[in-house]
Every structure is written in structure tokens, then in C-alpha cells.
Design a protein around this ligand. Sequence first.
Ligand SMILES: Nc1ncnc2c1ncn2[C@@H]1O[C@H](COP(=O)(O)OP(=O)(O)O)[C@@H](O)[C@H]1O
Ligand SMILES: CC(=O)N[C@@H](CCC(=O)OP(=O)(O)O)C(=O)O
Length: 321
Amino acid sequence: MRTTVTDGVDGATAVAAVNLPARDVPWSEELQGRTVVLKCGGSTLIDPALRRSFAQDVVELWHAGLHPVVVHGGGPQISEMLDRLALEVRFEAGMRVTTPEAMDVVRMVLTGRVQRDLVGAINAHGPFAVGMSGEDAHTLTAERRPAWVDGRAVDIGLVGDIVSVAPDTVRDLLAGGRIPVVSPVARGRDGQIYNVNADLAASALAVALGADRLVMLTDVPGLCADWPRRTDVIPRLTAGELDALLPGLTGGMLPKMEGCLRAVRSGVGRVHVLDGRTPHAVLRGVLTEESPGTTVLPDGAADDATDGSTDAATDAQEIRA
Ligand SMILES: Nc1ncnc2c1ncn2[C@@H]1O[C@H](COP(=O)(O)OP(=O)(O)O)[C@@H](O)[C@H]1O
Ligand SMILES: CC(=O)N[C@@H](CCC(=O)OP(=O)(O)O)C(=O)O
């Protein structure tokens, strides 16, 4: 049986949703209570109009009976602040090299600024959003991790990988009718605070919540087979196909796709990587059958994939070449 949130929703209904407001649409009962984790990259949150569009979509999903949970990034905003403070901005394998000074800035910008702006945009529609850090109530626990560069472990400072998730606080907020908005800052078992890539944080939270879907909004049309050109977006691929692609990926796409793979291998029904620069990208991606961008499916769902997915093996070779 398929476990997608579009089950039972016909095309006309979905199109009506994109035209907004979704709250007037008679949504399928199948949607009720489904959890969808939405990861919004910092690049999508800079433009106030895009931030408002994302916030509106999140609220429309809530009205449609889903349980949206937001995990936000803020990479460009952190880099801008580090620049202003004359601190180094450096990435290894898509992860920020995070000194103790940089960690203070990461925490301040993510939980103190980017999250406040997003919570404010959602709450323009009513008393929905409650912001929290992954540190709160031990929601996200991390362990220090290196970056892997050409097969070598490179120390990147206070960067963590999630080793456990305590989703009860998020669940309590959902049960109270709220929309949790979570920053990707985590606590170590030793009390140290770690900077976590937001895609990996979203993936871990989606798994722990048993989410039906994970949606990642980014600043490209999807996973491009011909990167750095952007003309050949891979529409669908299975976990196995993505696994084969991973070694050839670079930059921010590497942790993003690692997060997608972990999610579909651990029970999330599917992951959408969507262009967050398109207004109402979330509604188009979640509520319509023909999602734009790149969709990652669990291996068992291979039969669901259209012809587009079967080119992924060739794409893997091209990306490596
Ligand atoms: N194969 C690829 N397809 C698309 N984007 C890619 C690819 N490889 C690297 N990228 C880079 O990954 C970036 C998205 O990751 P990231 O910068 O972390 O964004 P976000 O803030 O959305 O998480 C793109 O802007 C692009 O520069
Ligand atoms: C370890 C690491 O790289 N952490 C990220 C956290 C924010 C993030 O992931 O933001 P985006 O989603 O906008 O890229 C960083 O410091 O930039």
C-alpha cells in the first residue's frame, strides 16, 4: 500500500490548493493527522516575499489537516554575520568549519534571528508557530563528526551528527494544535552545543516522528545530473539509485542527499527536493501528484516511479565523470 499524503486527493482538489486558500477545499480524510517535515534552506528565507509564501503554505497544510513540522536552515545568514564580525567562512564537504566563536554566531543567528523571522511570518496567520532549538528538552542529541574529504576525515570543529532524537516536545506541540519550528542546533551528551547541517537535522526528526514525507526547499530546481549546469533535473530516484550517486555529489547537495537517503531508508514515505524560489513550492510539491523538483523514494516503492527514475544510474556515471 502506498503511504503518500496525496492518496485520495484528486487533481482538481490539488490545483485548488495551489490557488489558495486550501482551507475551503474538502480535503481527503486520508490527509488528516499525517506528519510532514518541511526543511526550509536559509537561501529561501532571505526574501521576505518567499518567506511569507512559505509561511502561508505551512498554514494551509495545517488547515488541510496535516501536521507540519518546520526545520529551518540559515547558512547564508550565518556567513553574512561571520563576515561582518571578520570571522572565517569555510566549508568542507558542504559542512561549515565551526570554531567556538563561530558556534556562538551560528546559535545566535539560527535560533535568535532566522527562526524569529519565520515564526513571525507563520504567526501572521494566527497563533500557530512555536520556535524551539534542537537543544530544547534534549530534542536533538549530537556527536562531533568530521567531514570526509577524498576518503580522509577532516576536523571541522563543533559540527555534530544527530545520534538520538527525543520527539516528545515536538509531538506535544502538534497535539496542542501548534506548528513547531526547529533550529538545527543540538546538544552533545557532554553538554557541548553543536552545529548540525539543517538537512540532516530535518531528516533525523522526520524519521523519529514517523513522518509520511520530508520536503526540502532549496535554491536550485532539484538534484541536477549535469551540475554545475542546471538543465537536467533528476525527477525521481530510488534509495539505491541515490546511494550510487552520493560519492559524486559536492557542496550543499552532499548532506542534503545524505539526509534524503537516511530518511527513505528509515521509514519516511518519500522526500521531495523542491525549488524554494518558486512561490507556493510546498503546496505544489506536497499536494499534487506530479511534484516538481526531485523525489526520492524508498527502494520498495520502485514500482511507483515513472520512467524518469530509471535514468539515475546513467546520471550517476555522468556526475562522477
Ligand atoms: N548536483 C547538484 N544539483 C543541484 N545543486 C547542487 C549540485 N551539486 C551541488 N549543488 C549545490 O547545492 C546547493 C544547495 O545546497 P545548500 O547550499 O546547502 O542549500 P540549502 O540552503 O537549500 O540547504 C545549490 O545551491 C548548489 O550550489
Ligand atoms: C554544519 C553546518 O554546515 N551547519 C549549517 C547549519 C545551517 C544550515 O544548514 O543552513 P542551510 O540549510 O541554509 O544550508 C551552517 O552552519 O551553515
